[in-house]
Design a protein around this ligand. Structure first.
Ligand SMILES: [Zn+2]
Length: 323
């Protein structure tokens, strides 16, 4: 399934097929690939968003399913969207990593300074087109996947409301509170989602490795459970899509610090896939050039070790088990 290549760790085969979403282009909101449905009864505006990163197929398959099955809200409003379609359309199984974005990362532009600023790119144009809808969303599930085949996890931000939303949804097992990226704000952290003092919240779910069937299963499970928890859909709508088994008890982690790569060559010491718990403080987990990177405390959780080990990027995040 995977083989070892020097420097870059395991390489993963593409075991799922991208779906053709051309039929959803028109949308019904005035924005391509954005569909929104209103119920008669009042309720929150709930959004399930896919493919913020163009090579993350699982969310596309989940949102395509929700649209094909004509899932409609029983209260409030339900928006279903495909975010970076331009990048997704460039996905090729033979080179599956290059279509993460076209010109820049769509998940690093979600601050007013950038959105209202003078810069232009394919991704910024898309973010600006999505923004009027996002501005009215109360609760969002933004579906992603990861480079490694580590366990699925929610990134729920620092405010407590994110953790509550993750707990209510019930999957995945791991829930990680973090502050986001210095390189630019994520959709998950946009506006009120990232602030305290309001009830609007967003989850970024990392469903598993980008191109594995289990990752698609998690995207579908999480989408239906999220909508059920928020009473956005009738239970009967979800029943055929839920695992019969009770999901594992969730575990909560708070990211204390990112490990930002400072030198030209970073290598991990050990084969980390994600969510390993390193028992002893001071354990060497990587070499950043000539500098040894060590865990800062006992029972340190390795959150989302990266395969893109370039200067200035995040190699891994250190986290503490909480709650
Ligand atoms: Zn992503």
């Amino acid at each position: 399934m995977s083989e070892l290549t020097p420097h870059s760790g395991p390489r993963y085969d593409v075991r799922i097929e991208p779906v053709d979403i051309g039929r959803w282009r028109a949308g019904n909101t005035g924005t391509d690939y954005v569909w929104s449905f209103e119920a008669d009864r009042p309720g929150p505006h709930v959004m399930v968003n896919a493919v913020t990163h163009g090579n993350e197929l699982c969310g596309v398959i989940a949102v395509d399913l929700l649209l094909r099955e004509k899932v409609r809200p029983k209260r409030g409003r339900l928006t279903l969207s495909f975010a970076n379609v331009e990048a997704y359309e460039r996905f090729v199984p033979g080179d599956p990593t290059s279509s993460r974005y076209v010109e820049e990362d769509l998940n690093r532009v979600w601050s007013p300074e950038v959105l209202d600023g003078p810069r232009d790119s394919i991704e910024l144009r898309r973010a600006r087109a999505l923004r009027p809808v996002v501005d009215t969303v109360d609760l969002m599930l933004d579906i992603h996947s990861m480079q490694h085949d580590g366990p699925a996890l929610d990134l729920c931000g620092m405010p407590e409301k994110g953790r509550r939303l993750a707990a209510g949804t019930g999957v995945p097992e791991w829930v990680v509170s973090d502050r986001g990226h210095a390189a630019g704000r994520r959709l998950r952290d946009y506006g009120p989602f990232g602030e305290t003092g309001n009830d609007r919240a967003a989850l970024l779910i990392e469903c598993g490795q980008h191109w594995q069937p289990e990752t698609v299963d998690m995207a579908i499970q999480a989408s239906f459970r999220f909508l059920l928890y928020l009473e956005a859909i009738e239970p009967a709508v979800a029943v055929d899509h839920l695992d019969a088994e009770t999901p594992p008890t969730q575990r909560f982690v708070e990211v204390t610090e990112p490990v930002t790569i400072r030198n030209e060559n970073f290598v991990f010491i050990g084969n980390y896939r994600g969510m390993e718990i390193v028992a002893k403080a001071g354990t060497a987990i990587g070499m950043d050039g000539d500098e040894t990177v060590r865990t800062p405390y006992d029972d340190c959780v390795m959150v989302m070790p990266s395969q893109r080990l370039r200067q200035g990027l995040t190699a891994v995040r250190f986290g503490r088990l909480v709650g």
